[in-house]
Design a protein around this ligand. Structure first.
Ligand SMILES: C[S@@+](CC[C@H](N)C(=O)[O-])C[C@H]1O[C@@H](n2cnc3c(N)ncnc32)[C@H](O)[C@@H]1O
Length: 196
């Protein structure tokens, strides 16, 4: 298998790291959901060595993630967990949960499953970081996000860019408080929640 590669991950990893660094300063364990190629897990585990980084995805992506992990052989980077949002999570409790570019890919029902999992698996005072494009009051933050949303829905009618307010409501119902909503490059946001 050829090592999978995402140019977007290369572009966004540094700006995301700059935001994660202070919010994850006191965390010890992070679960990443929908690790994709595995590039984020390698970079964040390298740059944040105080963290135990647990990547995860559906089994179909594990071979590619493992190719990235083998190249670095970091002791704080764990083999990918098989975590499909349709099913129970194969982990106990963690201090932080990170996901990038997943909410507009999976169905709304699976976004709800995400927050049900957060409620069950996040420690008190834990942090949730969600990166990706969002809508505000039904409006896209750019024409390119509008076009991207049309592409997504044509491909899969259950997917699509989510409304920030609907996500925040689910987060509140899971016991989370919004700490910050940071505008990121390329019309993305980084939502940071805390379990108080
Ligand atoms: C657009 S990719 C994002 C990957 C990576 N986080 C990134 O930022 O490049 C969406 C990811 O969601 C994952 N995904 C799709 N359906 C899922 C499900 N039911 N449960 C967990 N992950 C899922 C895919 O396997 C893929 O890794």
């Amino acid at each position: 298998m050829i090592k999978p590669f995402s140019q977007a991950c290369e572009n966004n990893k540094q700006p995301i790291l700059a935001q994660l660094k202070p919010v994850l300063a006191n965390a010890k364990t992070v679960l990443e959901i929908g690790s994709g190629t595995g590039q984020h897990s390698v970079y964040f585990a390298q740059q944040l060595p105080h963290l135990q980084w647990y990547s995860s995805d559906r089994a179909i992506n594990h071979e590619g993630i493992n190719l990235w992990h083998r190249d670095v052989n970091l002791t704080n980077l764990h083999v990918p967990l098989e975590l499909d949002l349709n099913n129970a999570w194969p982990i106990d409790k963690v201090d932080a949960i990170y996901t990038a570019n997943t909410f507009h890919i999976v169905s709304w029902q699976l976004v709800e499953h995400f927050f049900a999992g957060v409620k069950q698996h996040l420690n008190d005072q834990g942090i949730v970081c969600i990166y990706g494009p969002f809508k505000y009051k039904g409006e896209f933050t750019s024409q390119s996000n509008n076009d991207f949303n049309r592409f997504l829905i044509e491909r899969d009618p259950l997917s699509g860019i989510r409304d920030f307010a609907a996500v925040e409501l689910l987060a509140k119902q899971a016991g989370l408080t919004l700490i910050s909503d940071i505008a990121m490059p390329a019309n993305n946001q980084l939502l940071i929640f805390k379990r108080q």
